[in-house]
Write a protein that binds this ligand. Structure first.
Ligand code: SF4
Length: 295
């Protein structure tokens, strides 16, 4: 696609949106036909993306023109006002410069602008990081409203803020060292994670309940591997409390279980569930028969 630069490089895979393989398209065609209309992206620190020399309405006008809009300036302004008001942003935002808006308001403004063309997919990369809790809540509420009103048809929400996930997503995919390690519905992933890393991740959520003051969170030992030279076996092996010797030699593939769920581990779901229910902290053995087939 030409959208990556060294040291990034393409190894494999396609990007297909609604049946169109955009990874085969030329960058100009992607920009003209796909970006904004089909896919919108909210980068990290999106609030800094606003041009400080333009009023918000002018910025929106530029976006619409860049995507070939034939509407008049007034029609674009009226359309933007209607869209902003429908997601809780007052009209006066359109007549302000970025510097006149708070951080949370800027973030919501960028989200509203990014989705002004009603894309099929919104990729939101940490859209609520660097915001205070009240602003986070407003951002999440706004994204949900946009889904309900069909301004965006689907969303990939990338975050480290796990408590948000259950409220925002239908499905959760957990990544470790550049690979998916488990995928399932939000409910399955939060209440019944299977992969040892997903299990540790979900266990790191602090729930405000009785005894929270004395509640000890368990940290994972070690650090993620160097992805320039990823290990030959399981990428989580050096940190996994349930690793067996084979884990360092054999790289696990994603495997299906419980019908639609998937995980990447050499150990069976049955064995992992057994370990978790016994509250075991370390591997219970190293025999190959523990690495039984999943289904
Ligand atoms: S393959 Fe081994 S090291 Fe990797 S997650 Fe499973 S048990 Fe842990």
């Amino acid at each position: 696609m030409g959208y990556y630069f060294a040291p990034l490089h393409y190894i494999s895979g396609d990007i297909i949106v609604d049946g169109v393989k955009i990874s085969d398209m030329k960058p100009d065609d992607v920009r003209r036909k796909e970006l904004g209309n089909e896919i919108a992206y909210i980068p990290q620190a999106a609030m800094n993306a606003l041009n400080p020399t333009m009023k918000i309405s002018r910025f929106i006008n530029d976006v619409m023109r860049a995507h070939g809009s034939k509407l008049t300036d007034k029609e674009i302004y009226d359309m933007a006002r209607e869209r902003f008001e429908s997601v809780g942003l007052p009209q006066m935002v359109l007549d302000k410069y970025a510097a006149e808006l708070s951080g949370g308001m800027k973030q919501r403004t960028v989200i509203a602008i990014s989705t002004i063309l009603s894309p099929k997919v919104l990729i939101a990369d940490e859209p609520s990081s660097a915001l205070d809790v009240s602003s986070q809540k407003l951002v999440i509420r706004m994204l949900r409203q946009m889904m309900e009103k069909q301004y965006i048809r689907s969303m990939i929400f990338i975050t480290h803020e796990l408590p948000l996930l259950y409220n925002v997503t239908d499905d959760i995919a957990v990544m470790y060292a550049g690979q998916f390690v488990e995928m399932g519905t939000a409910k399955q992933m939060v209440f019944d994670p299977i992969h040892p890393y997903a299990k540790g991740l979900m266990g790191s959520i602090i729930v405000p309940e009785e005894g929270i003051k004395t509640h000890q969170l368990t940290a994972l030992k070690g650090t993620p591997p160097n992805l320039k030279h990823p290990p030959a076996g399981c990428r989580f092996a050096d940190r996994c409390p349930y690793a067996v010797p084979t884990c360092k030699a054999m790289a696990p593939d994603m495997k299906k279980f419980d019908g639609t769920r998937e995980y990447r581990c050499l150990r069976s779901v049955k064995k992992l569930r057994e370990i978790y229910s016994n509250g075991e902290q370390q591997s219970t053995g190293n025999s190959e028969d523990e690495l039984e087939a999943v289904e």
